[in-house]
Design a protein around this ligand. Structure first.
Ligand code: 5GP
Length: 353
């Protein structure tokens, strides 16, 4: 396992509230229980449960949101999530989250995102340096700090949202470009909502120069999958329930796929690792990147995903190091960041055994 931790890795599909530490979630839930805001015993067994089908995962997220959605907690979990990724040598992280509004506690989508950015700001310590806005990349690249992580943000649109609400998220992303926001994600329960509702906001995002990634094909829905692929997103996540015509289109368009192995197995979207589409996409040299999806909810981390792929598909360490390096080509940040990351991989390649 140590080897998989030691290689530099790029994480492109991580949901903030899905990556929360179990210990933090239980601690906050217990505190709210003591205050009488929630009944802790009702929540504890749901948090501790390990096997959840896809629809149960979305129920869990609703519960997590009750517990985490206030400014202070969002700042805390952002800091912890980034520190956890950095601790396993993730050198570039695209962290995605759904901006939320709760008038009762004075939370707006903007103040939610500002709390996230506060979390990023609070990461810097003696042994870890973070870069989350392009502005100070030059200073960062000269830094000799032991651990370094570059973080960029994607704003998620939840499939339960209206067109107007989705548009509000895209406008917020545009306003927060100088705070490290570089793109938009479409996620949330795949059996809810209609692609047509989100299309105007996603097209607007693309036209305005934001990168877009879509959760695509988590449930069988070939009409939606075809429309999503024709939209030519920068990347897609999952691609579990694809028909032949969908694979053909994906491959001809060369759209990179964010692969979330443990998540797909745990939610039973894919029946077992050995039949996972990773195998075929890897063999055909299709652009792919290994990701965690929800490291807290699925009790995984990126090093574990690499180790899992290695053992399940019999792929050697150096081949997977090259796969990790190749992920740099699919990040949404610009060339400056790509060049910085290539330097990190070049340095690592010189020391690998
Ligand atoms: P948040 O956006 O609140 O930081 O992260 C949790 C949210 O991400 C969930 O409520 C859901 O909308 C989205 N999400 C997390 N994991 C998945 C997944 O596997 N599939 C889909 N479609 N959405 C997910």
């Amino acid at each position: 396992m140590e080897w998989w931790v030691s290689i530099p890795k790029v994480e492109l599909h991580a949901h903030l509230n899905g990556s929360i530490r179990n210990s933090t979630l239980l601690e906050i839930a217990r505190e709210l229980g003591e205050k009488g805001t929630i009944v802790f015993s009702d929540i504890e067994h749901v948090i501790r449960k390990n096997d959840r089908k896809l629809h149960e995962v979305f129920k869990l997220f609703d519960l997590i949101h009750v517990v985490t959605t206030d400014h202070k907690t969002i700042t805390r979990i952002t800091k912890e999530v980034v520190e956890d990724f950095a601790a396993e040598n993730v050198v570039y992280l695209e962290l995605r989250t759904t901006p939320k509004r709760n008038d009762a506690i004075g939370l707006s989508k903007r103040s939610y995102m500002e709390a996230v950015v506060d979390g990023l700001r609070s990461v810097s310590s003696n042994n870890l340096e973070i870069n989350f806005s392009g502005a100070d990349l030059e200073t960062f690249s000269k830094s000799q700090t032991k651990m370094r992580i570059i973080v960029r943000l994607l704003l998620s649109i939840d499939r339960r949202e209206s067109t107007a609400s989705a548009m509000e998220t895209v406008n917020l992303a545009l306003e927060m470009k100088d705070m490290g926001v570089i793109g938009i994600d479409l996620s949330g329960n795949p059996t809810v909502g209609d692609w047509k509702n989100f299309f105007p906001a996603l097209k607007f995002a693309k036209d305005q120069g934001l990168s877009v990634t879509l959760h695509c094909g988590e449930v069988p829905n070939s009409v939606e999958v075809q429309a999503m692929l024709d939209f030519l997103p920068g990347r897609i996540g999952h691609a579990c329930c694809f028909q032949d015509e969908d694979w053909n289109k994906l491959k001809s368009y060369k759209i990179p796929v964010e692969i979330c192995l443990t998540s797909n197995i745990r939610t039973e979207t894919i029946s077992s690792v050995d039949v996972h589409h990773f195998g075929n996409l890897y063999k055909e040299n299709h652009p792919i990147v290994l990701c965690t999806d929800d490291s807290g909810v699925f009790s995984t981390n990126l090093s574990t995903e690499y180790a899992l792929v290695s053992s399940a598909f019999g792929i050697g360490k150096m081949e997977l190091f090259q796969l990790a390096r190749k992920a740099v080509d699919f990040i949404f940040a610009g060339n400056e960041v790509k060049m910085e990351l290539k330097k990190v991989y070049d340095a690592a390649a010189r020391t690998l055994k």
